[in-house]
Design a protein around this ligand. Sequence first.
Ligand code: SF4
Length: 79
Amino acid sequence: MSQPRQMPGVGRSPVERLAVDWIACSGRGLCAELVPERIGLDEWGYPIIAAEPVTADLLPHARRAVAACPKLALRLQSS
Ligand code: SF4
């Protein structure tokens, strides 16, 4: 008997990644202080977002960083 087919992505938890609106971001790196596991800073203080998804243990920190961003430039996006 064959296995039931599943649509790609169906049944999986959505993967969350951090993303920056570069037009709105003013640098300074508050977000990097709150989620250093996923956000570094370049030499001008602008965030460098890691390619890795935000894991469940980091999600509260990532949400706090999104809420604390003074320019509303940081967001979590699901894929
Ligand atoms: S906290 Fe917001 S404005 Fe500041 S560096 Fe991070 S994304 Fe940019």
